[in-house]
Ligand binder design. Structure first.
Ligand code: SF4
Ligand code: MG
Length: 331
C-alpha cells in the first residue's frame, strides 16, 4: 500500500556564509534520506542533535523546501501540489514541537488555541459545534474541559504538551510529526504522554513520525526505527530487530547510552563512549561519515562510503563491518 509519507532521496539544508570572504555554501543537513511511514504506524527517527532530523521534520511539514529528492504525501510529491491541495495536505500533517511554551501563544486560551485551526481550515467543525468538540478533544487528551478558558501558563509542561496534541488532533490529521515532543519532560510525564499518543493512534489511526535523540524512549512505542547520523540513515528496521541486534557501531553506541537499557551495561560493563566531536555537516568526513568516531574503523572506512544494504530481511545497515550485537537478547 502507498505510505502516507515517503521521503525519496531527500536532500535538504541551509545556506551559510563561509569564513571572512563570505562565500556562500550549502550545508547538506540531510544528504539523501529514504523513509516511509504507513498509515497508522509509528516510525522513529533517532540521532544526536545536529544529525539533520529536525531538518527532515521541517521538510515534511513544508517549512523547508528540499534541495533535491521528494517528500511524498499519499504518493504525491508535495512540490507538485497547487495552493489549495497544499493547504489540504498541511491540515493532514501536523507537528508537535519539543517546547510547548514556545509553540502556544500565551495570550490565547486553550479554547482559542484549538478553535483557531477551525477558523483557518473551515469545514472541519461547524462553529455551532465548537464547544462540544473542544470538550471532546480535551477529554480525549486527558485535560479537564472545565479549564478551556485558561491560558497556557496556568498548566504544567506535560499538560501544555497535551494542549499541543489536542490542537494537532483538532484538524483530524493522518500524520503527526513529533519533534523531540517528550524530550523536555520528566521521565514519568514522558511515559504518560507516550501512552496517550499510543492510545490516540489506536483510536484514530493517526501515524507518527517520532523524532528523538533518545533511543530508550522508543523501545515500546515505535513500530520501526531509523537511525540517522550526519545527514544519512545508517540503520533501520522493526524496533524489536534494532533493539535485539543493532548492527551499526553507531546504533550500538546509542543503545548502550540509552538510560533504560540496563542489560547492555550489565553485559558490557559500561557505555560505549564515542571519542571526538560530532563532525560538522558542512564538512562531513570522507568515506564513512562515522569513521572519525568509530572504534571499528579500518582503512577502507576512510576511503569508501558504505551503502545502506539489507543484511537480512528489512534491516538495512550502512557499515562495511556491520555485525549484529545480540547481547541484548540474552535475558
Ligand atoms: Fe565504523 Fe567503518 Fe562501519 Fe563506518 S563503515 S561504521 S567506520 S566500521
Ligand atoms: Mg533537533
Amino acid at each position: 500500500t502507498t505510505p502516507v509519507l515517503e521521503l525519496v532521496d531527500l536532500v535538504a539544508g541551509y545556506r551559510t556564509r563561509n569564513g571572512l570572504l563570505g562565500k556562500r555554501a550549502e550545508v547538506r543537513a540531510v544528504a539523501g534520506v529514504n523513509l516511509a511511514v504507513q498509515a497508522g504506524e509509528t516510525v522513529c527517527l533517532v540521532g544526536e542533535s545536529g544529525c539533520g532530523k529536525s531538518t527532515v521534520a521541517r521538510t515534511v511539514v513544508n517549512l523547508l523546501r528540499p534541495s533535491s529528492g521528494e517528500v511524498r504525501f499519499d504518493g504525491t510529491d508535495i512540490a507538485t501540489l497547487g495552493k489549495s491541495e497544499l493547504k489540504a495536505m498541511r491540515r493532514q500533517v501536523q507537528i508537535v514541537f519539543q517546547d510547548p511554551f514556545a509553540s502556544l501563544n500565551p495570550r490565547m486560551t486553550v479554547r482559542e488555541l484549538i478553535t483557531e485551526a477551525w477558523r483557518i481550515h473551515p469545514g472541519i467543525v461547524e462553529p455551532a459545534d465548537w464547544d462540544t468538540e473542544v470538550t471532546a478533544l480535551l477529554n480525549r487528551v486527558g485535560l479537564n474541559p472545565g479549564h478551556a478558558s485558561r491560558y497556557p501558563s496556568q498548566f504544567s509542561g506535560g499538560q501544555r504538551q497535551r494542549i499541543c496534541i489536542a490542537r494537532a488532533l483538532s484538524v483530524r490529521p493522518r500524520l503527526i510529526v513529533c519533534d523531540e515532543a517528550v524530550s523536555a519532560l520528566d521521565v514519568s510525564i514522558q511515559a504518560q504522554i507516550l501512552t496517550l499518543l499510543k492510545r490516540l493512534q489506536d483510536e484514530l489511526g493517526v501515524a507518527y513520525l517520532f523524532i528523538t535523540h533518545d533511543l530508550g524512549v522508543v523501545r515500546h512505542f515505535a513500530d520501526k526505527v531509523a537511525v540517522m547520523h550526519l545527514g544519512t540513515i545508517i540503520e533501520s528496521g522493526d524496533t524489536s530487530r534494532i533493539f535485539e541486534g543493532p548492527a551499526h557501531p553507531y546504533t550500538q553506541a546509542l543503545l548502550s547510552a540509552a538510560p533504560t537499557v540496563d542489560d547492555w551495561k550489565a553485559e558490557h560493563g559500561e557505555e560505549i563512549m564515542l571519542r571526538g566531536d560530532v563532525p560538522s555537516p558542512s564538512r562531513p568526513p570522507s568515506g564513512c561519515r562515522f569513521h572519525t568516531r568509530c572504534w571499528k574503523a579500518q582503512d577502507r572506512c576512510r576511503a569508501e562510503e558504505p551503502e545502506l544494504v539489507h543484511r537480512d530481511t528489512d534491516h538495512p545497515v550502512a557499515c562495511h563491518y556491520a555485525a549484529p550485537d545480540r547481547t541484548l537478547t540474552r535475558r
